[in-house]
Design a protein around this ligand. Structure first.
Ligand code: SAM
Length: 231
């Protein structure tokens, strides 16, 4: 199975990033990930998040630490690394789930464990009832990151399957809700048809998080991550 990965952020941008906590964590991530063996031998990969998005997210979340962080689409472990260290603590239960096993992600997860993060790496299709869904209790997750495929029906299915698993007051991040072109309308259509109409949630701030390429000036209509809080 192949996937298209985002370009790597330059070291100069990372080193000069104004939020020094994020800068340090991303540099540490690459110190681990670069020398790690990889399942896939291509030269791309690594963190698939924009630093601007992560910084805005950090400012929104503030000091809150989540008790149950669940990620759909862990890939090389970049967002799992950042969100586990920024938004969780030693009491949090963390699951990074992907349909593909990545050796590089394994390295990142081992280091997270050394840093007292209670993290499980699960390899499965997230929609598999017998392997995953039936083991995730309803209203248990308080931070859900949806970042797997970006087709409309894919994102809709993840959302429908995992929405009941999120506790009231929990946050759901849906990545690339204006980033991916897809013949079926992709995650953009999902945002317009499912997130924006009245659902049992609230869109937070902005009301969007905006990422680099999609930040198109004052009349920004192009969100990178959608962030919702379940009522
Ligand atoms: C965009 S990457 C995730 C990037 C990662 N969250 C980060 O920010 O560094 C998407 C990942 O979703 C995984 N994926 C796609 N469909 C999936 C499914 N049905 N269940 C679990 N993982 C899936 C792919 O294997 C891929 O590794």
């Amino acid at each position: 199975m192949s996937e298209i990965k985002a370009h790597r952020i330059s070291d100069e941008i990372i080193e000069n990033w104004p939020d020094k906590e994020i800068s340090k964590l991303v540099l540490e991530y690459y110190d681990l990930w670069d020398p790690s063996p990889k399942t896939h031998s291509d030269s791309t990969g690594g963190l698939q998040q924009a630093l601007g998005e992560v910084t805005k997210l950090k400012n929104i979340i503030g000091e809150r630490k989540f008790t149950n962080f669940f990620e759909i689409g862990t890939s090389d472990g970049g967002s799992l690394w950042l969100y586990s260290l920024l938004f969780c603590d030693e009491n949090s239960k963390i699951v990074g789930l992907d349909v593909i096993y990545e050796l590089g992600a394994g390295t990142i997860i081992e280091e997270l464990k050394k840093r007292n993060r209670n993290v499980k790496y699960v390899i499965s299709d997230c929609n598999d009832k017998n392997k995953v869904l039936r083991f995730v209790e309803d209203e248990s997750i308080d931070l859900l990151h949806i970042d797997a495929n970006h087709g409309y029906y894919d994102v809709k299915k993840y959302f429908e399957n995992y929405y009941p698993k999120v506790v009231k007051g929990g946050l759901i991040l849906i990545h690339d809700t204006n980033a991916c072109e897809s013949p079926d309308g992709g995650s953009v259509r999902f945002r317009e048809e499912v997130l924006e109409p009245d659902y049992d949630h609230q869109l937070i701030t902005g009301e969007w998080l905006i990422t680099g390429n999609y930040d198109q000036g004052e009349n920004i209509v192009s969100p990178g991550i959608s962030l919702v809080r379940k009522h």
